[in-house]
Structure formats: C-alpha cells, structure tokens
Ligand binder design. Sequence first.
Ligand code: SF4
Length: 420
Amino acid sequence: MLVELKDIACGASQRRVSRAVAIRHHDRVVVVGGNAPIVVQSMTNTDTADAIGTAIQIKELARAGSELVRITVNNPEAARAVPAIREQLDRMGIDVPLVGDFHYNGHSLLKDHPECAQALSKYRINPGNVGQGAKRDTQFAQMIEMACLYQKPVRIGVNWGSLDQSLLARIMDENSRRPIPLSSQTVMYQALITSAIESAQRAEELGLPGNQIILSCKVSGVQDLISVYREIGKYCDYPLHLGLTEAGMGSKGIVASTAALSVLLQEGIGDTIRISLTPEPGGDRCKEVFVAQEILQTMGLRKFMPMVIACPGCGRTTSTVFQELADDIQSFLREQMPIWKESFPGVENMNVAVMGCIVNGPGESKHANIGISLPGTGESPAAPVFIDGEKAMTLRGDQIARDFQKVVLDYVQERYGKAT
Ligand code: SF4
C-alpha cells in the first residue's frame, strides 16, 4: 500500500522575534538575538584571580568554539585580574568577548575597578543577589549605571536558587488573596519571570537601552525550564539565554540539557545557550561547548564541524577496530577545525560515515561525503572507502585509521581549499 502524504513540515518553528544585542571586543562583534545564529557560550571554573590559569582555560574554550566566555568576578583580586586576563588573551590572538558574572558585590567591584569594568564585554546581573531591602534597588541601579557608563550590555539572569525573596513574598501574598489561588509551582514561575522582566524594565528606566539587555530564568528541572521559557517569551522581546542552572554530571547532564533545550529551540525560543555540565574530576571543561554545538548541529540549527555518522556496532563487530576508528576520526576532525574553519570554508558541511560491517556500511557510506565500511566478523579483511557516493579505494592492513585520516585530509583540501 502506498501511503499518501501531504507535504510535511520539517524543521524548527520560526525563531521568536527578539531585539539584537551586540557584544563587542575590539573588532569582534557577537550578536545575540534578532536573526543572528544561536550563540554558544561557556563559563570558566578557574579562580579568576589566577590570571594565567584563567586565560589558558578561556583560550581552550574559545578554540573549542565558545563564542562568549563568562568568568566569575567575585572579589577585588578577581576584579584586578580581569584586565590582565584580557591582555593575555589579546596577546595570544584570542578575541572572544568576556562576560563578568557578578553576585552580591558587583556594584562596588565595577565602581572600584574601572579597568575591569572596561575589559569585560558584558555584565551578568542576578537580581536576586544584588542586595536586600532598600540596598537592592540602589545596588542594582549602580550596576546599571556602570553598564551605561561603559556602554556594556547586561544579562539579567534570574535563578531558581537565588530568587529575590521579597518579590516572591509579594507574589505569594497577592496569590493568597485570589479567589482561587494559583499552584505554588505557578507562583514560582511567576516570580522568576516577573523578577527578570521588572528588572529589565527598571534597567531601561535607568537609561540602559533596550537593545543592551538579555534575559535568562534558569531552573534545574527540564519541565520547569520549558514552562518558564515558553511563558517569558510571550511577555518581552529581549533575547533569551537558555540553560539549566545545574544540569548535572556525565550523561545525566547532557541528556537533561538536550531534552530541555531541544524542545525550546524547536519552538523557536532561545538566542544563546550554555550547557552547565558538572565536570568529572580532571575532565575537559570544553565538553560543555561540544555538547552545545552538537545540540545545535544535530537539530539542523547551526553547523560547526563535519558530522561523523557511526553505526552503534553489534555482534558483527567483534574487534575494537571499528570503535577506535570512529573515535579517532571524531577527535581528528575536532582538532583540525580551528585551522580548517579559516582555510577551508564550508568544511563543516562534510559528513563522514564510519560503519562496522557490510550490512549498512556501503549504503550509509555512499550517502556521506566520505565513508568507510570496516570488515565485520567473517568478512574479508578489507575496508572499502566511498567518496561522494562512489567506491574510491579499499584500505587494508593495520594502518587503516592513519590511511583513512589521510583520505579525509586530501578530500578536505581538494574540495574546500580556497583555491577551488
Ligand atoms: S552496520 Fe553492521 S556492525 Fe554496524 S550496527 Fe549495523 S549490522 Fe552491526
């Protein structure tokens, strides 16, 4: 039976309309919102007062593809280190804009350390952590004054764990007077969204242009994040920064972030993303950048690097050659990308297939730009390589991984080299 289909829409919904916020460092301009591509950002976990260690980690994050890097500025030592970090990065040719993360004392750090205020490209302000009572408004205003003075955009970043308690009490009071009170969960959502939007409006009243404000409302639950961002998106046109506040460790953190962000991105919500993974001891901080890129790339929203299509392997792959080759080629492509993206424009569109046996190997390989089908158990010890759908050669012996890398490199040079 032939199934009759009408044309089926495929792809994410149209992006929510938002203002475009430009974040600058010298000639580098990263735009968040508007029609700009969704920006990948990350955060260091070094002690910011350690200027060298922090600059090295920022360099690694930027080379991995982080388009903005946030650093905590938590005390005078950190604030003093910020200009040195910036200078060190500039000397290394790393122009990624830096975002200062402030809590509690941001108003005084920015005022007392003008070189820090100047070196940063954006300030993150948490309205729940700027002070209590009357001090709250004054200190928030002082931070906004600094942003106006140095012409820096801000992210007003509200967090579930540090919600403005006076605002929450006010909203709970109002709720208790309703004929039918809202659920405590809805009240919490309302408090988060209200805190972000009221703070943004206050910042505009204080003179900060509306196109210098980004909002976030982070929570740690997937369903909560989806609900909050769906709502906040309806009440304003500030660009939105997406991310779980604490995604967690290992696969749990990756799965939770992917689950939450893909729903929102599919609905056109979100202008910049950060994946807050807890690194394993000795783990690579750049993993949060790779996961962010992979979410956007697998959803077809951006392209960062060639895709490796690898089959999962099964009982037909009795050796580890196949897994090693898939891993090798993935690492090789990632290592090459900082250079390739300058020299070989378009290389990020390439697909490479690494398949474990003859069942799907040749078929999948033919669909990729380059594909290799390794011998499964009982198959002859030869690996046919397909280039642009045609069988180009057969690799044999114990150097298949090295030989295949050479095939990929030659293809990249020939197909994406500037001369062509
Ligand atoms: S391509 Fe072959 S090795 Fe890979 S999953 Fe399919 S049957 Fe198994």
